[in-house]
Design a protein around this ligand. Sequence first.
Ligand SMILES: [Mg+2]
Length: 372
Amino acid sequence: MSIVRASLTPFRLPMQWPLETARGVTRVREGLLVELRGRGELRGYGEAMPLPGFGLESLAESRAALAAALPALLGLDAKDLETNLALAERATGRAPSARAALDSAFHDLAARSRNISVCELLAPCSREPVAVSALLAAKTPREVASAARQAADAGYRTLKLKIAATSVDRDVARVERMRDALGDDCALRLDANGGWEEATAREALRRLAPSLPEFVEQPVAARAIESLARLRSDSPVPVAADEALCHAGGAPAVLAHHAADLLILKPAALGGLRAAQRLADEARRAGVHVVVTGFLDSAIGDAAALQLAAALRSSEHAAGLGGQQLFADDLATIAEPQEGLRALPEAPGLGVEPDPLRLERLASGPAQIFAA
Ligand SMILES: [Mg+2]
């Protein structure tokens, strides 16, 4: 079953609400959709959506890498995942977002050609729904309390809040209100996105500890791995590495320095499902937990991450894939979680594909098409 057509479509998704993190405010996400076609109805999809601050290539670099790689994919056997992934790795060099797009499209194609899900392609996969966390878009302590209550009422058992965008005093107040609003039966996950210096992070971790966070993601800058290791060694709160994993050499350094209790695995930022799965294996051997998490992905990237979360299934930590409508418009519909749980789609492959009308609406330029 050979690949007969490849296309690359730029798109632009407006956020439903501006997302404020320690790195600034995100109002729109831009990406590139890769579609690979075999004969008949066989399709495979992936996307490149680099975000600033994660050590990834720029969108223009993703585009250049993909436009150079796609013609060479024509004629490849859709079922030969290993050969195709090796080619994607060579073709995308230092462009992990571009590599993630090809990795997703190859997994989707290979799974669909066997009529199984990507989860089943990755690992022995149960079809149990995946527990996910809700991301709260709330600034003031009062807004945080009300958003937390709303998410808990919708059935989420893990709630996530971005911190370190303003002062530690304000974050402590926000997190205290969040805990007060929730009582003890919800896990409360915090993400500093590298926004603190080491001394500030130490103070913040100490002051946030009484609110019993599940963990704090990336308290210090991505490259400050020794600083992260020092913080973790005496932190009253579990510490997770996220941005630190996305720079070249970051993941091995985090594991070697025992710099984190958990790794945040974002296939879109790590170069794809295969790279994320490999890192999960290394982490498990080192006794470190992993949490599969989204990267402000479209419905396509979200579907890939959900398949990985189902394959790696954690009983202790909800996946960071809230299934919430992050965007005012998206390439496909994301099924609503029920009671904080997301079911795997029934369809094979990623189980989700772009809606042609929506893609037309959201495209930010013409598609580049390569055909045999
Ligand atoms: Mg994070």
